[in-house]
Design a protein around this ligand. Structure first.
Ligand code: NAD
Ligand code: TYD
Length: 339
């Protein structure tokens, strides 16, 4: 298999590339990444050294038609997995424009280029957030209407609809995956779990939005990567597959667990102004993926969180590096407004 992975220098893309290299050493992996604030070339140093000619990094934008077309042709790509995105809800509230450009126009560009090149499959990596928000009961199914509430989720839903349209209109082989909240090694410390770890270890206040009772379904990143791999290998053309971790938890419980694991006490918790349009609850039904792909999350939240914290503890240099420069500008102004 000759695989183009986009956004491979981000959190999930990095984990996916290492997993594919380990499980499919005969695959040729091409990673196209723009290296935004969330992309880190250093993540893949070990892969680059070990994989030799089986791995190629290309610095560029998924919106660049000439570049994407050339990569598909030059590397004779069989399939594309599109992880590249602007991915942080709070940043999308601050400025939606880059989200529309990368998440919608970039995704469309990949679909167009793949169609013209005759690439046999595109896996588009999407999110449970396209479904909107649940009340106290129920789950998202693949047939749940899309009701995105943030600029981030609206841009992801836009791309999902374009994927559907390209499958229906041109018969393109496209598989959409929608996953719940990931956590694990290499996650950028603007998302809940690594941010709370960073704050707790520094002895700084932990900013909990609103009452802290919003519920997310947490999945360890390796399980998500396995799901994407299964969709790539065995997904039905035109299908949508939900993936979840079967670990629904209110934010406050996650935060308390991190405080316990880092040996800090709960006096560090600060309830701050709520996120505008904050989705109350997500819960995933992934029966379809279980039935058609054999998907099942393998790592419990307790085990996954311990592994995650152990990774951050072992990689202080990584944390220091990604928290320098542009990271500070957004974080300082966002949390100043909410205090
Ligand atoms: P991330 O923000 O950590 O990484 C995104 C990567 O995409 C970065 O390396 C960045 O440099 C790259 N990128 C951004 N714009 C680009 C562009 N125009 N061209 C090329 N590269 C570009 O994100 P993540 O958490 O790894 O998420 C990856 C994908 O999975 C996203 O599509 C996201 O919507 C989806 N997803 C994430 C989660 C989650 O919990 N993190 C859950 C479900 C789905
Ligand atoms: P996040 O990691 O941003 O993921 P998403 O918004 O995609 O679900 O947030 C997870 C939950 O944690 C969400 O309900 C918002 C909440 N949250 C806080 O309470 N404080 C914070 O500082 C952050 C970043 C998130």
């Amino acid at each position: 298999m000759r695989l183009l992975v986009t956004g491979g220098c981000g959190f999930i893309g990095t984990n996916f590339l290492y997993a594919m290299r380990a499980r499919h050493p005969d695959w040729r992996l091409v990673n196209l990444d723009k290296l935004t604030y969330a992309g880190n070339l250093g993540n893949l140093r070990a892969l680059e050294a070990e994989a030799g000619r089986q791995y190629t990094f290309v610095h560029g934008d998924i919106c660049d038609r000439g570049l994407v077309a050339r990569l598909l042709e030059e590397h004779q790509i069989d399939a594309v997995v599109n992880f590249a995105a602007e991915s942080h809800v709070d940043r999308s509230i601050d400025d939606p424009s880059p989200f529309v450009v990368t998440n919608v126009l970039g995704a469309q560009n990949i679909l167009d280029c793949a169609r013209r090149a005759g690439t046999s499959r595109v896996v588009h990596v999407s999110t449970d957030e396209v479904y909107g928000s649940l009340g106290p009961t129920g789950q998202f199914h693949e047939s749940t209407p899309l009701q995105p509430n943030s600029p981030y989720s609206a841009s992801k839903a836009g791309a999902d609809l374009l994927c559907r349209a390209c499958h229906e209109t041109y018969g393109q082989d496209i598989v959409i995956t929608r996953c719940s909240n990931n956590y694990g090694p290499y996650q950028f410390p603007e998302k809940l779990i690594p941010l709370m770890y960073v704050k707790a270890t520094a002895g700084e206040p932990l900013p909990v939005y609103g009452d802290g009772r919003n519920v997310r379904d947490w999945i360890f990143v390796d399980d998500h990567c396995r799901g994407v791999e299964l969709a790539l290998l065995n997904g039905r053309p035109g299908a949508v597959y939900n993936f979840g971790g079967a670990a629904e938890l209110p934010n406050i419980k996650v935060v308390r667990t991190i405080l316990r694991l880092t040996g800090r006490d709960e006096s560090l918790i600060r309830h701050v102004a709520d996120r505008p349009g904050h989705d109350r609850r997500y819960a995933m039904n992934f029966d379809l993926a279980a039935r058609e792909l054999g998907f099942a999350p393998g790592v419990s939240f307790a085990e996954g969180l311990e592994r995650t914290i152990a990774w951050y503890r072992a990689n202080p240099d990584w944390l220091a590096e990604v928290q320098s420069g542009a990271y500070r500008t957004f974080m300082d102004s966002w949390y100043k407004e909410r205090a």
